[in-house]
Design a protein around this ligand. Sequence first.
Ligand code: URA
Length: 461
Amino acid sequence: MKDDSVVSVAPLHITDIIRKKRDGGVLDDREIGFLVSGATTGSIPPEQLASWLMASWLRGLSLDETRALTIAMRDSGEKFTPRRLGKVAVDKHSTGGVGDKTSFLVAPLAAACGLAVPMISGRALGHTGGTLDKLESIPGYRTALTLSEFEDVLVHCGASIVSQTATLVPADGVLYALRDRTATVENASLICASILSKKLAAGLDALVLDVKTGSGSFLPQHKDSAYLAALLVATAEGAGTRTVALMTDMGQPLGRTAGNWIELAECVELLRGQRPAGSEDLRGLSLILAGWMIHLGGKAGTPEAGRQLAETALVDGSALGKFYMMIEAQGGDLSVFDDLAATHKPGATQVLAAWDTGYIAAMDTMAIGWAVQRTGAGREQPGAPVDPHAGIEFHARRGAHLVKGEPLATLYATTAAQLDEPIAILQRAIQISPAPPDAVPLVNQIFTRENAEAFLRNTVR
Ligand code: URA
């Protein structure tokens, strides 16, 4: 007699799954779980994972597939489940840009307003800079904390910025490295699962996403980054985390520096209450993002009220105090901040003068990001060292009027020979024109759960 209590489940085969995706099929949760578990344990070899990634890149993933992939990746390893925080945990995550250093401002701002900010960050990737590389320009600063040390710093300081551990979302470590080598990074569903799996494993109550648009973002077309923003919000909210996404301009580097130490120094100037020319967009965006964090974290009734609380914490020095506490708690030598300019010791420096008279009309920010990388501030190969003092400082921003011969940017590198290529890139990437460009808003669209779900329902991909 047949035993009805035993449900027979057909075994899965990776080649069937690849074929199904290749032919435009939609994978179910079990098939996606099988792939993620195979990536994590190594039972599915890289060539088969890479085939599935390329099939997914070409065919796209449905909303259900994206959700299932995110959750399976989130659950692929250890999770950060803080028990001693006693505070609402809120984070901000950016999809990556050039000169994008708001983490050093929003983390201490939100901490100064009574929230906990557990920030698990990354290294320089492609043309974009890495928060960890920037922090490591502070001698002694440790980014590789254990989860218990991470919690200690959070309890003590309210904010901590660390690297991913080998045991937290291991599936993303495997899949991300493969995507980087197989040209499958730029896909909204794969980016969504990669970002959110790490954020959802970090025990957050709320999340603010800064989705970059424009020439320096991973998805430069507005329609693609809007889809990513909506997908991120709907997927994170579906997994129980209050989330908002702000689409922000990456049509020029954010603030006036792009590199490692020089970006930190720019943030410390702002935390000290200074208002240097060229840093207004960085200050403005950081206050808006922190305002949303403070609002979602329940400390302000509206994002604007949150922004005002953040501005108070910036002006009264309490955010600077939180920043120093965090750096010291993670082993950083605070004396580097005594004299910001004296700490900056590049091997070679060169000023690039405007080659024409006119307005800075457009910037190819992705190319500028590659120029920053070529100064030595970023890396060509995973694991290669970066020069903490390399990078580019811009003396004029989009819309500025320059007379031929006036300084446009100063480049810093380890050796003078390393400066030729970035200078040539900047000369191609920056357009000087007789007419001024149209103004571009810093924040061009905001997605919350309601409009994200409606956007996805009405978008045909
Ligand atoms: N950042 C991530 O963590 N993953 C991506 O896929 C892109 C940016």
